[in-house]
Design a binder for this molecule. Structure first.
Ligand code: FES
Ligand code: MG
Length: 576
């Protein structure tokens, strides 16, 4: 075992037994049980976070991607070694995937630290996985490159194109409104997810893939290639090769995820009409690098950023169409004057260099030119007011224009259970002009901030044809959902936020143009109600991850990360 190998590969992290030589000897003895030669073990080791799980169809192609990444690593002279981490699928993450995101971040970070590797390829895809992996990479500091599994293809139901999971919601709403029957709802269930891969619309998974590419943590062109395309395998092979290069060049995640890179990501989030969840995730990733996301400045950025991508849920198309229209590069070209072009990316070139050699828009129905946007500005707006002292979010591009300035009577549900019990009651006192309020679905409330912010239209109104109402909560909403829905109200109700004080019959005023969210109840009455509030949830009697979560979880404007994982902020984005 010559000393020259001590700087990389198996010889990284020599702390096991105090005796460096013996640690390496033992480590090599064990890994040789896998049949490796000394030559192989002298190469740069590229870890590959393998997030395959039989529960996770969004990651159903991970085995194939691991094989392609390995080929790329070996062609570049490295030794690839894959290792498992937690895999999170949105539908199989009780109580919520957000509750588990930070657990996946901890797991991934510590496995990167624990095992010898000179760089790591992070294979993620489903909503919470890419944020968890980028949070882990930011904290671990090891050279890292992201690879996504890619979107699923869309399906076809009775001649109509369908995809998960905007159409899941649309068909279920139609079934609730008795527009379609029992047989059709069973039939469409087979068609919504026709292949492996992530949701085929601009939900959180697609959004995070675009942001990872925009930030430079993923190869250019890699956000949109469908999971089952040969393009996806080629990207995986190239990612493996790039991992060997960044291992040699010792490119740390913080070298790529700079303030300028986060600004680009925030800009792209707005321009693609991306998921509101991504704002929380970007805040969490940035927070691990000491960068604070300034919501007010983000709102101003929103005012000067056109929405260009016509994908569901805001528009008409699916991810495969965005890929065919030129992918994210087509969007970046249109945004060029608004981007920081000299930011470094993971392939060693700047964002501007990458754009110089990429295609422009191929299909203007899918990616609009900046001169003819879908929505001139403001995909998302940040609201403030006495109901949301620390802010709230609304996705304007997916909301009804006639509800953007609306006063109405609050109809309050105290919890998800309360909502489930009463929302379809034919005797529920509710009208189409009312404002539905759901309390206690914030980070601590549920816990884990479920995507229950998409409050269903009460059945009695749905069957009268009511499609949208103003809905307000401290929870999140799936990136695949649409409506006039105010989310992330902070502080949350369970933490004593004013949302907890709303009673049925109160008047609430939403004014998106003025960015206000106000509860029309005088301060004395609010003070009286506050005295009657139950105390914040106690952690007495809790143990394990639940206790850790409840003690450490931060609010939405701090990314819902754990307090002890977030660095004290020294910088803010977007810079003014
Ligand atoms: Fe995995 Fe939508 S459920 S991406
Ligand atoms: Mg989702």
């Amino acid at each position: 075992m010559s000393k020259k190998h001590h700087k990389s590969g198996m010889a990284t992290r020599l702390t096991n037994y105090g005796d460096e030589g013996f640690s390496l000897f033992l480590r090599k003895a064990f890994i040789k049980g896998m049949g490796y030669t000394d030559d192989a073990l002298s190469r740069p080791v590229i870890g590959i976070a393998n997030t395959f799980s039989g529960y996770n169809a969004c990651h159903g192609n991970v085995d194939a991607l691991v094989e392609s990444v390995k080929r790329g690593v070996m062609l570049a002279g490295g030794l690839p070694i894959d290792f498992p981490t937690i895999s999170l699928h949105e539908s199989f993450s009780h109580p919520t995937s957000m509750y588990l995101r930070n657990l996946m971040a901890l797991d991934t970070e510590e496995m990167i630290r624990a095992q010898p590797m000179d760089a790591v390829v992070l294979i993620g895809g489903c909503d919470k996985t890419v944020p968890a992996q980028l949070m882990a990479a930011a904290s671990a500091g090891t050279p890292a490159i992201q690879l996504v599994t890619g979107p699923m293809l869309s399906g076809s139901h009775r001649g109509t194109r369908v995809g998960a999971c905007t159409d899941c919601r649309r068909y279920w709403a139609a079934y609730r409104g008795e527009e379609i029957d029992d047989q059709e709802i069973v039939e469409v269930n087979d068609k919504l997810v026709p292949t492996v891969g992530t949701c085929s619309v601009m939900g959180t998974a697609s959004t995070m893939a675009c942001l990872a590419e925009a930030m430079g943590m993923m190869l250019p062109g890699s956000a949109t290639a469908p999971a089952v395309y040969a393009d996806r395998r080629r990207i995986a092979e190239q990612t493996g090769g790039e991992a060997v290069r960044i291992a040699g060049a010792r490119i740390a995640p913080s070298d790529i995820m700079t303030e300028a890179a986060f600004e680009n990501a925030l800009r792209v989030l707005l321009a693609i009409g991306g998921s509101t969840n991504a704002l929380i995730h970007l805040t969490a990733i940035a927070g691990r690098l000491g960068i604070d996301v300034d919501l007010e400045a983000f709102d101003r950025m929103s005012n000067e950023t056109p929405v260009l991508v016509d994908l569901k849920p805001s528009g008409e198309h699916y991810m495969e169409h965005l890929h065919q229209a030129g992918g994210l590069a087509a969007v970046l070209h249109e945004l060029r004057p608004l981007l920081n072009l000299d930011t470094p990316t993971i392939n060693g070139r700047t964002l501007g260099d990458n754009l110089d050699t990429s295609v422009r828009i191929i299909n203007q129905q899918v990616v609009r030119p900046s001169t003819d946007p879908i929505y001139a500005q403001g995909g998302m707006a940040v609201l403030n007011g006495n109901l949301a002292p620390h802010g709230a979010i609304i996705k304007q591009s997916a909301a009804s224009r006639d509800l953007m300035r609306h006063s109405g009577r609050a109809v309050v549900f105290a919890s998800m259970e309360d909502l489930a019990k009463r929302i379809d009651d034919p005797n529920l006192d509710v009208n189409a002009e009312d404002i539905l309020v759901l309390q206690n679905i914030g980070p601590k409330g549920a816990p884990g901030m479920p995507e229950a912010g998409y409050i269903p239209i009460p059945k009695k109104l749905a069957s009268q044809g009511v499609k949208d109402m103003v809905r307000i909560s401290d929870g999140r909403m799936s990136g695949t959902a649409a409506g006039t829905i105010v989310l992330h109200v902070s502080p949350e109700a369970a933490d004593g936020g004013p949302l907890a004080l709303v009673r049925t019959g109160d008047i609430i005023r939403l004014d998106v143009t003025d960015r206000r969210l106000e509860l029309d109840v005088d301060d004395e009455e609010l003070a009286r109600r506050r005295e009657q509030l139950p105390p914040s949830p106690s952690t007495t009697g809790q143990s394990g991850y639940r206790k850790l979560f409840m003690e450490q979880i931060l609010q939405a404007e701090e990314g819902c990360d754990f307090r002890y994982c977030r660095q004290a902020p020294t910088r803010r984005v977007p810079r003014r």
